[in-house]
Ligand binder design. Structure first.
Ligand SMILES: Cc1ncc(COP(=O)(O)O)c(C=O)c1O
Length: 304
């Protein structure tokens, strides 16, 4: 589909392709919900974000397990098994001919009830996929680091929300923080937790490097990302020391490198935070980017 500069590009509801919806492969434009869907009104919705590299979904099992767990945190039972969901994810990638792209599974409460109680609501599941470049591209690598603005919004107390659930409701605050950063001309928000400690960005985990040692906040108030866990393992395999601990905003002034990790963001270098941090992209970040890239594309590397 071609668009002129005056025509906005089609939205996510207006594309060719297929979406797996409640165990059926639906035409993309037919995969709709009713406006009185419970999940839309009361935040009863959980999702995943996965990447396809060279035709294979990276860490599909871990993401699918997390989807089921996220639903369980919200007292929702996904009506498909882990294997059924993994098969459906692969099917939808194949149906849309996605070789390198992004997969978005979603589970939500349907329109069978209205009001806080949702026991009568059916749990629906959809899986969509599309081609999607790196989240911050071309920033975060290639010599240009990201600029983060500390948000007025904080990651929530784990007693307020089940923070390990990838629950749509939690993202309302991420969107507000991201908008605040966008308006100020920054690439993303740096979010602190309720105690004022460094937490993460609006959609990715954060690491710092000082004197060759890597440190990352303990995921008490935010999602313990699958990429975060992968990068911790990779870094240790490469011989780096990785500590999980408290990072205060003031500590950022004296670190050598900062980077974000996430399925969408992959490993993205940070160069600026507010007006207090201005650092180049460093060697540890570059090394980890290279190692991560090799890991996610290991299938291709093995075939070469
Ligand atoms: C708020 C938030 N934190 C962290 C992450 C990183 O998680 P993962 O590495 O599992 O994609 C994400 C992305 O899903 C996110 O949205």
């Amino acid at each position: 589909m071609t668009t002129s500069p005056l025509t906005p590009p089609p939205g996510y509801d207006d594309r060719d392709g297929y979406i797996w919806l409640d165990n059926e492969m639906q035409e993309w434009r037919e995969a709709n919900v009713h406006v009185l869907t419970h999940g839309l009104h009361y935040g009863g919705s959980v999702f995943e974000g996965e990447r396809v590299y060279d035709g294979e979904i990276f860490k599909l099992r871990e993401h699918t397990e997390r989807l089921i767990k996220s639903a369980a945190y919200l007292d929702m039972v996904v009506p498909y098994s882990l294997d059924e969901l993994m098969d459906a994810s692969r099917e939808v990638v194949e149906a849309n001919n996605i070789v390198n792209g992004y997969v978005r599974p979603l589970a939500w409460r349907g329109p069978e009830a209205m009001g806080i109680a949702a026991q009568a609501c059916k749990i629906h599941v959809a899986i969509a996929c599309w081609e999607w470049p790196k989240y911050f591209f071309p920033k975060g690598g290639e010599g240009v680091g990201l600029a983060l603005k500390t948000s007025q919004w904080r990651r929530c107390d784990p007693r307020t929300m089940p923070v390990q659930a990838k629950a749509a409701g939690i993202y309302a605050v991420g969107t507000m923080a991201k908008h605040e950063a966008d308006r100020a001309g920054y690439d993303d928000a740096l979010m602190l937790d309720v105690h004022g400690r460094v937490a993460e960005s609006s959609g990715a985990n954060l690491f710092v490097v000082k004197d060759g040692k890597i440190k990352t906040p303990v995921p008490e108030c935010f999602l313990n990302g699958i990429t975060r866990q992968t990068v911790i393992g990779l870094a240790r395999e490469l011989g780096y020391s990785v500590e999980e601990g408290i990072i205060m905003p003031d500590d950022l002034k004296s670190v050598d490198e900062i980077f974000l990790t996430g399925t969408a963001a992959e490993i993205a270098a940070v160069s600026k935070i507010d007006d207090v941090v201005n650092i180049p992209i460093g060697p540890v970040t570059l090394k980890l980017q290279e190692a991560y890239h090799a890991l996610v594309r290991r299938k291709t590397a093995a075939a070469a």
